[in-house]
Design a protein around this ligand. Sequence first.
Ligand SMILES: Nc1ncnc2c1ncn2[C@@H]1O[C@H](COP(=O)(O)OP(=O)(O)OP(=O)(O)O)[C@@H](O)[C@H]1O
Length: 291
Amino acid sequence: MSAVSGEVNVRVAVRVRPLLPREKLEGEESCVRVVDQCQLVIGRERAFTFDHAFGARNTQQELYNACVRPLIDALFEGYNATVFAYGQTSAGKTYTMGTCNQEDLLPEERGVIPRAVADLYATVRAKQRQHSAGSVAGSRHEFRVTVKVTYIEIYREEIRDLLDSDRTDIRLREDDQGNTILCGASETLCPTEDDLLACLETGSAARVTGATQMNEASSRSHCVFCVTVTQEWTDKLSAGAQQQLQSATPAVRVLLCQLIRAIILIAMIGTDFQPVEKWTVTEKGCGHSCL
Ligand SMILES: Nc1ncnc2c1ncn2[C@@H]1O[C@H](COP(=O)(O)OP(=O)(O)OP(=O)(O)O)[C@@H](O)[C@H]1O
């Protein structure tokens, strides 16, 4: 997040969901209070401070605006971003991230991923308009954006491609610089917002679910929704600008035809009854590369 706030690379938000109707019927009461925008209190006096604290009344929009919206702008400046939801079963990860069935939801209930997708394509459209208006004096720049998505889940020791079930040999490897690389997963090209949302929907429907004592429709896997955005500027220079370019230094020439590649990685962690030490794939994939 350094691109956004200029302060820190990782920011942590906590969200307290409202009690569910079933919990209210069973007479449960909340023992957690959000006391201001950054702090919550458990019981009477155990206070914890976060970068953001959201209570039962805070909306999806408020959470998105505070935690995720700035990352979309940073993405177009060439930064990578990760949004990572973590919590016990029924804490509200699926709801917050927006990987549940979207048809059942009111528009204001849409989660982080559909909102991020909408903002991403709105930014692309705005940039394309700006570039087709020939905003750079003496030249016309052609601006091209490519959006691709990979959607996988990690269930027990296996990585499954949620967008192409025929792919079975998906592996996590480490390159010579220590980066974690996902090999063998499909990358789907998404020219439009609807294409990307369709991938979110089909992939989410293919996830492993089951019932836990606290959540009837519990996601039993960890999942990673990864959107890669490539921006390209191709120069269509006027004769005058071409002449200028000939005499420009190599550094300026590079600036006039640049390519920025950025990636937004939205990850979600579920919980399962497996002992933690058995989740080696998960530890490597999420613990090292996402945070
Ligand atoms: N902020 C919220 N406002 C209203 N309802 C919510 C909120 N957060 C979660 N819920 C509801 O709580 C229930 C459990 O949430 P959810 O399925 O997102 O949990 P989860 O953390 O993904 O659980 P699991 O790890 O078992 O998959 C769902 O019925 C969901 O609609």
